[in-house]
Design a protein around this ligand. Structure first.
Ligand code: NAD
Length: 492
């Protein structure tokens, strides 16, 4: 059964050994469009049997030739996949917007082009990849990088195709075969990616896709003895479960987890640029990007002016139909998630915060049943309260004054997360000094989300373990083997 054939009834299938197949147990879960509440697809409720078949197919692909594929062949496959994603950009953007509730324009401008860029980038990266040589007196060492085998890729709902391709491209480029488990909330573009692998003539079993719930299909993938490595992106609590399951099996693990990222605004900044940057960092994708700056720390001298400017701009953000070009914010991923964000807003009120915005918008049908929420700015909260300390992952930010650089750094580091930070200042020395003291994996200065795919991406503290991106991804998806050759006939 191909995805295209089943499109009318929107019943998705696993993709195993180059074929679309129904779940062994025959059970499905519903996929709901967050903007309307309509059921748009049924996806297989995969379990250990489906995962087992996918892992076997992935193993088979390695044994049947993928192991011997050349770097050029793998790079060409990545380029072919990139070209096909690009060719289907409008369709994929529509699927992504429909499935996540995000603005169509955002999916068209960011999500899908970045999926193309991921495959293109890693095609180039693997072609140019070099390993190390260490010379000794009378001997040389060189490092071989060998594929790990079957790797499991587990991805969240906020950037579905973007994050799946971010893992899939380097995994394949390094000669592994893949079993992917996308979020059960947003399976559509992963299903389309499987179609693209089929169209591109990828060897059967090199890319496999198992749909299903995290605690079932996801857990089965992590626990499978023949899965050599797991690259996981998702929440910190889930990451802890994945790590606990993988540890006794000594799997290689990459964990990209949650964040509660600070935006530090110093009085010497370019004020307009800092307000615009904080707005983007706070609310892009309805605040559902792991890198979103949800704690805005502002030097007291400009705090009140900053809050007024931010609130004014937040009030002007248009919330509604994701397909409308004028829409700034679409729907949150679901009603349950909106309830969670609203509970946090109530907590903020209970803790004495002033909430500017945060109401449910009054939208016409069918969007009156969607998971929409007006963006909110919260002021007057102690930094220790739950709204400020916990990841909410919605269109809500808190703003806090600080008196000097020391206090700014202390507040910025005062959470259990450490993914990213952005700071706004015209003082170059301060930029270097503060960047060096922030306990995060990434720091942006006078910008946010500017991405170079060669740089290390990942978090400190409870935001993750390991780095992906550029050579870090190529190294994660391969095993280093040192070869030592004695050149002179000397006793060791
Ligand atoms: P989640 O942790 O609920 O789910 C992520 C994935 O893990 C899904 O595919 C899910 O089905 C699967 N899963 C759930 N339980 C599992 C288990 N026991 N074993 C194996 N797999 C399991 O996260 P989410 O709600 O989909 O995504 C939002 C979270 O992702 C936020 O915390 C966000 O910060 C984080 N995120 C992090 C990054 C990053 O790069 N650091 C990027 C995007 C999102």
């Amino acid at each position: 059964m191909s995805l295209a054939a089943s499109r009318d009834i929107r019943t998705l299938a696993h993709f195993i050994a180059g074929r679309f197949v129904p779940p062994v147990a025959g059970t499905y879960v519903e996929d709901v469009a967050p903007a309307t509440g309509a059921v748009i697809a049924r996806l297989p409720r995969g379990d250990a049997a489906d995962v087992g078949a996918a892992v076997e197919a992935a193993r088979g692909a390695i044994d049947h030739g993928w192991r011997r594929s050349s770097t050029a062949e793998r790079a060409e496959l990545c380029e072919a996949i990139a070209a096909r994603i690009e060719h289907r950009l409008d369709e994929l953007a529509a699927l992504e917007s429909h499935d996540t509730g995000k603005p169509l324009a955002l999916a068209r401008r960011v999500d899908i082009p970045r999926a193309v860029a991921n495959f293109r980038f890693f095609a180039g990266a693997v072609r140019h990849h070099a390993t190390e040589m260490h010379e000794m007196q009378g001997a040389i060492n060189y490092t071989l990088r060998r594929p790990l085998g079957v790797v499991g890729l587990i991805t969240p709902w906020n950037l579905p195709l973007y994050l799946l391709t971010w893992k899939c491209a380097p995994a394949l480029a390094m000669g592994n075969s893949v079993v992917a488990k996308p979020s059960e909330l947003t399976p559509l573009t992963a299903a389309a990616l499987a179609e693209i692998f089929l169209e591109a003539g990828a060897p059967a079993g090199v890319f496999n896709l198992v749909h299903g719930l995290g605690a079932e299909a996801g857990a089965a993938l992590v626990e499978h003895a023949d899965v050599a490595a797991v690259s996981f992106t998702g929440g910190t609590a889930t990451g802890a479960r994945v790590a606990a399951a993988a540890a006794p099996l000594f799997k290689k693990l990459s964990l990209e987890l949650g964040g509660k990222n600070p935006t530090l605004v110093f009085a010497d900044c370019d004020f307009e640029a800092a307000v615009e940057g904080s707005l983007l960092a706070g609310f892009l994708n309805q605040g559902q990007v792991c890198l979103c700056g949800s704690r805005i720390l502002v030097e007291r001298a400009i705090h009140d002016r900053f809050v007024d400017a931010l609130v004014e701009r937040v009030r002007a953000m248009r919330v509604g139909d994701p397909a409308d070009e004028a829409t700034c914010l679409g729907a949150l991923v679901g009603l349950e998630h909106r309830d969670k964000v609203e509970r946090y807003l109530q907590l903020a009120r209970d803790d004495g915060g002033q909430v500017h915005g945060g109401a449910r918008p009054d939208l016409p049908p069918p969007f009156d049943r969607g998971a929409f929420l007006q963006p909110a700015v919260v002021t007057g909260l102690p930094h220790s309260c739950r709204f400020v300390q916990e990841e909410i992952f919605g269109p809500v930010v808190s703003v806090h004054p600080f008196d000097d650089e020391e206090e700014a750094v202390t507040l910025a580091n005062d959470v259990r997360y450490g993914l990213s930070a952005s700071l706004w200042t015209r003082d170059l020395e301060r930029a270097h000094r503060v960047s060096a003291r922030l306990e995060t994996g990434m720091v942006w200065v006078n910008t946010w989300l500017l991405r170079d795919l060669r740089v290390p991406f990942g978090g400190a503290k409870q935001s993750g373990v390991g780095r992906e991106g550029g050579r870090w991804s190529l190294e994660f998806f391969s095993e280093a083997r040192n070869v030592c050759i004695q050149l002179e006939n000397k006793k060791p």
